[in-house]
Design a protein around this ligand. Sequence first.
Ligand code: NAG
Length: 335
Amino acid sequence: MMTLALVLLLTCFTCSSALHTSRAASKKLKYLLEPPVFAEVVGRRGDNVTLPCILRTRPSHYKVKWTKLEPEALGPENIIMMSNAHAFKPYGPLGPRASLRRAHTMDASLQLSRVQLEDDGVYRCELVNGIEDESVTITLRIEGVVFPYQSKDGRYKLSFLEARAVCAEQDAALATFNQLYQAWTEGLDWCNAGWLRDGTVHYPIIHPRPVCGGELRPGIRSYGAKDKERDRFDAFCFTSQTPGSVFYVSGSFSIEQAERACERHGADLALVGHLYAAWRFQSFDQCDGGWLKDGSVRYPIRNPRRRCGGVSEPGVRSVGFPDGSAHLYGAYCYR
Ligand SMILES: *[C@@H]1O[C@H](CO)[C@@H](O)[C@H](O)[C@H]1NC(C)=O
């Protein structure tokens, strides 16, 4: 009975890891533990994470090579580090934050410190011994929140590069398809198409309606890859936890007064990404519109109630970009 259960379990692991690695799964590995300890490691921005890679047998001479495979290839091969018994050599933008755990002699696990939004993706641990190189892959998923971003000038004004820039300005990065997909499973329904990190354009629909792609089933609607210079859409940004926190200062401020109100508290007006991160990770709930640094007015709702926007789902509500001289709103500050 025990044996049967184990066999079923292993079979199932093999099929799920086949999604990640077709080459490695097709032959039995001699040196590396496959599937790896976890198929996916989850961390938030700023965390230190360990991507497991364990040897079952040790060849007499070998090197360990870690590479990032997805989402974007920064070159022909995005090497993070190479290591043998005597030396460790870091490469590329991830190198300075990488180390090998070496908890024991069979441990080739990669440690990545102070994880960033762009670290999300698929990694490969490779054992190189010149004859039978072997590898396993493992996914690092950054836990975070996806938010749509629209230009001050209105709907569908952003080229791909502008979309990437507005996300960065809001302490975020363009979301990947997987991040948008997960956000959809968590309730994101948005009827405006936005750029993703790979240059494709999508939008997530939970409640199908004629004006949002017709009466298809709920899901992610796709426009496919669009012209990065000519075509204009909104952006889907992704952010994760922040080192600082967001607080509300009540008042009837113009945007300049709001800025000064934050300064008096030793803070700055919050970015849109800060407010979403506080909503997501600190359950920030405040039923008052407040200025943000980009000139928009928003408020975060965890516990939906009728007098706070009247929408039944939790979310960060937007009042848009009101006239900056309107003395109507409080301030969301970040410190
Ligand atoms: C993460 O790693 C860095 C550098 O290795 C270290 O300075 C820091 O204390 C670690 N942070 C945590 C939370 O373990």
